[in-house]
Write a protein that binds this ligand. Structure first.
Ligand code: HEC
Length: 208
């Protein structure tokens, strides 16, 4: 083949490949429901289930509640939102979107009176603000709980109690005035101390 026809061939291949690449890119971000920082709201406006809250961005709250209340566990439907604390969220994306994480996307938010900002989002690679991997901790609850840890679903327990997460829910800054219950400020104080001790321990570990 002459060098010139080779250049033409290469050019034509590139032109053909371009729409394929664009389509692949679009498929990666496409969603059957709207999902951006305005999708997240005051936790207490979501629907409570035991000690956590759920929502559904695709209009299927009944399906999400049915999964959350299934005694033997169930796969949550597309659009499900699950939150235990204001800043960490799991959102169920469309089927096949991320097989490894059971189509869950993990979010770490910054929350304030003016709303939510997404600081991190993604799949198996996402870490929380303490540098720990969301997926790593939630993976043991894969079957039959669809990665929802609660207590007794196989995940390592965390040192954060439901008294603490309740206090965080009641003081979600996106909800306006806090609605504290007796003991909440003590729970929040203990939580802050845990965070300080935790970061001291990891700093000290980093020295060796
Ligand atoms: C150190 C392990 C660990 C890490 C890291 C972690 N989680 Fe969890 N998560 C848990 C455990 C354990 C629970 C259940 C706590 C309880 O109810 O007592 C939980 C609860 C939750 C819940 C409520 C539903 C459920 O599974 O019980 C959501 C939502 C959640 N985590 C999201 C996240 C997100 C998002 C991240 C990352 C930004 C993350 N988690 C990081 C261990 C972890």
């Amino acid at each position: 083949m002459k060098p010139r026809s080779l250049t033409h061939l290469l050019f034509a291949t590139l032109l053909l490949a371009l729409p394929v690449a664009v389509t692949l890119q679009a498929a990666e971000t496409a969603s059957s429901f709207k999902l951006d920082e305005t999708s997240f709201r005051c936790m207490r406006e979501m629907t409570p289930v035991r000690h956590f809250y759920v929502d559904n961005l695709a209009g299927n709250l009944q399906g999400t509640l049915a999964a959350a209340n299934a005694p033997q566990g169930a796969v949550y439907p597309t659009g499900s939102v699950v939150q235990l604390v204001p800043t960490e969220v799991m959102v169920k994306r469309d089927p096949g979107f991320s097989p490894v994480t059971g189509d869950w996307e993990f979010f770490e938010l910054e929350v304030s009176a003016s709303g939510s900002k997404i600081s991190t989002r993604g799949f198996a690679e996402v870490n929380n603000r303490f540098g720990k991997n969301c997926f790593g901790c939630h993976a043991p609850a894969r079957q039959p709980w669809d990665f929802i840890c609660e207590q007794g679903h196989g995940c390592e327990p965390i040192p954060v109690t439901h008294a603490m997460t309740g206090a965080l829910q009641r003081s979600d800054p996106r909800c306006g005035a806090a609605e504290p219950q007796p003991g909440d400020s003590w729970e929040l104080f203990k939580l802050k101390s845990l965070v300080v001790i935790g970061s001291l321990v990891s700093t000290v570990k980093g020295w060796f």
